[in-house]
Design a binder for this molecule. Sequence first.
Ligand SMILES: [Mn+2]
Length: 327
Amino acid sequence: MHYDVFNGDADGIIALLQLRLSKKEKQPSEFTLITGVKRDISLLKQVDVNLAESVTVLDISLEKNNDALARLLEQEVKVFYVDHHRTGDIPQSKQLFSLLDTDANTCTSLLVNKHLDDEFVLWAITAAFGDNMQASAEELSGKLGLSSKQQSQLKELGIYINYNGYGRSVEDLHFHPADLFRKLLKYSDPFELINEQGSIFSQLKSAYLADMHQAKNADVLVENTSFKAVQLADEPWARRVSGVFGNDLANISPDKAHAVLTLNESALNTNYSYTVSLRAPLSNKQGAGELCASFPTGGGRAAAAGINALPQKMLGDFFDSVSKYYA
Ligand SMILES: [Mn+2]
């Protein structure tokens, strides 16, 4: 059995999409999909070591899946691993073929695109926009001579697919990421999807616009010259929109770091905590991963990172260290 293990965001879904649409890749006759909400990155342990012959792993940190990877390699399972998050120690094994690059301007779908020599470059651009890699997406669009209208269409699609991955659990999402992947597999050309009436593109678009409309009224918790933090309600719409809303804030004020917080449980509970999504300033894409990793349950990349449960009593410390870091 072959397993495809991928992050449920635009980058993860579209990385797999490129591989499974490809005429250049040897396609598995049977495969099992393992994915989840964007935050659910400890996915590799769900692979059944006894059934697996080969595994493709996309857009989830190797550091966070190290034990499961070691177990698979020990059992001589072939692993193809593509990612741009923190790697930790990379195991040495003949069974492991990896494309790992933690450069802040690349993402998993761009690495897959390079591997496939631009076979589905329009999808790769869509994913880069979805992962908020504006500069890389525009550069690649420029090389292809895409019009600004075409670019903004791919950007919209990338944002909507990315938006679908955010939630506390898959129940919060409009589409389970595995279902969304299967639906997208019908389109080798993203423009075909965009131009189709009543497609998943237009369904995601109206859902996105409704959620973003609510997010515009978010409470501002702190704002200074280097940092802005806002809090969203503990509702499914807020959990869905938190990440893309953070990207939106970052694009409006590129020299500021931004955090979007949502309460994990009622503030009446004395030990309440926040889910935090932190974006480094677009003009200075560094430090977010380290800042988040210095708090329990935190981690991520230099440009975008998060904390799954920041205790309320550490909120002030978090605000101080982020403000100081980017000042
Ligand atoms: Mn990614």
